[in-house]
Design a binder for this molecule. Structure first.
Ligand SMILES: NC(=O)c1ccc[n+]([C@@H]2O[C@H](COP(=O)([O-])OP(=O)(O)OC[C@H]3O[C@@H](n4cnc5c(N)ncnc54)[C@H](O)[C@@H]3O)[C@@H](O)[C@H]2O)c1
Ligand SMILES: O=P(O)(O)OC[C@H](O)CO
Length: 414
């Protein structure tokens, strides 16, 4: 006999997407009382927690959206993550490493995580997924969530899809059952009565039962995130889900610039085509051991996110306005986003520094062009010439297959 404890959920971050995801998670915590503690913690870095906890609205980052009453804004990160078994990381990527380092050793060793962050961690040792970086710092397994999800639409409960990627090593599922002290109002103390021969209760003892949690698997994560208006598909491809979410932000900048130039939808489609090819090629080249190329086409995290981001995303809109208003994109970011952060600009620099180190800038002309335009060493007008491909060569193999360009989607060819 054992005591099944409920999972406690904490969302680390309370920005535009942080609050939209926290709303979803808190709705599900209330909907599945057998699986989750009802109260969901949300770490808040700078906003007034009193307002969030009394008015149930984040007036700075998600104005006009009613947050669930069981979502508790907490200014103490250490307190917010204490005893939580499901940690959801949702911050602009530039803040996540410092944030995780501050709670190293202060979380449950049995916690599992999901990173909702769209970015890559580039440092002297190379390029890493944020799910890996979070997992390494905190000593836990972390998966990823990414999809065609503009936060304001999701928060208004307009239907969308997302991809959750979770693929812990085999031994993770066989890890010993955690023997933890129950938290909150839960107790694993059970009363045992000893009766004498006449049936009278002679002794009452309290005994502590071993504690366990519902297994953290694909089904559990679906229960955390799936809502009638937010459809979740759980897959194994953490690299594909994470890489597409990070790189589409770089492509969306270029899409915004060409639209800002007044070049129209055909030009934007060309940018998206080349961008998608470079996203696939990047995954193929640097994450070939684990990535599944079908993610780019088949899952929400792939081309669907590229399309929505290049239509109404912040990176797209700020890039477009920067051309229209002839202002640096950082200036537009300050004017338009009220503290929200663009991820594409920093990612373009990070990806470029990685490609430069690999001697591969020329192999990714669109990513390189975005970096150079941000740097001021290239103009938007130069993009068409710069990304133009050399004439295609016809190989015997491709003639046989009837594919004149030798194009195979999985082997991104520029
Ligand atoms: N907003 C969207 O539509 C959307 C959708 C999907 C994914 N994402 C991704 O989710 C991640 C989080 O985005 P967001 O929209 O929630 O953030 P945001 O752009 O709204 O940024 C504001 C957040 O950053 C926090 N912050 C500011 N300075 C900080 C610091 N020094 N340390 C720690 N935190 C600090 C703020 O407190 C706030 O929580 C990003 O990687 C983003 O690409 C965003
Ligand atoms: O607003 P953006 O450009 O940060 O994009 C938001 C989401 O990532 C779209 O899925």
């Amino acid at each position: 006999m054992g005591f099944q404890q409920k999972h406690k959920i904490t969302v680390v971050g309370s920005g535009n997407w942080g609050c939209a995801i926290a709303k979803i998670v808190a709705e599900n915590a209330a909907a599945y009382p057998d699986l989750f503690e009802e109260k969901v913690e949300m770490w808040v870095f700078e906003e007034n927690v009193e307002v969030i906890n009394t008015v149930h609205e984040n007036v700075k980052y998600l104005p006009g959206i009613q947050l669930p009453v069981n979502l508790h804004a907490n200014p103490s990160l250490e307190d917010a993550v204490k005893d939580s078994t499901l940690l959801i990381f949702n911050l602009p990527h530039q803040f996540i490493i410092k944030t995780c380092e501050s709670i190293k050793g202060k979380i449950s060793p049995y916690a599992r995580g999901i990173s909702c962050i769209k970015g890559v961690d580039v440092n002297a040792s190379g390029i890493h997924l944020f799910s890996e970086t979070i997992g390494r710092i905190l000593g836990i397994y972390c998966g990823a969530l990414s999809g065609a999800n503009i936060a304001s639409e999701v928060a208004l409960e307009k239907w969308s899809e997302t991809s959750v990627a979770y693929d812990p090593p085999h031994q993770d599922s066989k890890a010993p059952t955690p023997q933890l002290t129950p938290t909150g109002s839960q107790t694993n103390l059970v009363e045992f009565q000893h009766k004498d021969t006449s049936g009278q209760v002679s002794e009452v003892k309290l005994q502590a039962l071993p504690v366990s949690y519902p297994p953290v698997d694909h089904a559990l994560w679906k229960s955390v995130f799936h809502r009638p208006y937010f459809h979740v598909r759980v897959v194994n491809d953490v690299a594909g889900v994470s890489i597409s979410g990070a790189l589409k932000n770089v492509v969306a900048l270029a899409a915004g610039w060409v639209v800002g130039m007044g070049w129209g939808d055909n030009a934007k489609a060309a940018i998206m085509r080349v961008g998608l090819m470079e996203m696939v090629k990047f995954g193929d080249t640097f994450f070939s051991a684990t990535i599944d190329n079908r993610t780019f086409t088949d899952e929400s995290a792939g081309v669907a996110d590229l399309i929505t981001s290049s239509s109404g995303g912040r990176n797209f809109r700020c890039a477009m306005h920067s051309v229209e208003r002839k202002l640096p994109i950082e200036e537009i970011e300050k004017q338009e986003l009220n503290g929200q952060k663009l991820q594409g600009t920093l990612t373009a620099y990070e990806v470029n520094s990685f490609l430069k180190n690999q001697g591969m800038e020329d192999e990714f002309p669109l990513f390189t062009a975005v970096y150079r335009i941000l740097e001021g060493t290239m103009k938007v007008e130069e993009i068409p010439q710069y990304i133009e491909r050399p004439p295609s060569r016809t190989s015997p193999a491709s003639q046989n297959s009837g594919d004149k360009d030798g194009a195979r989607f999985g082997a991104a060819r520029l």
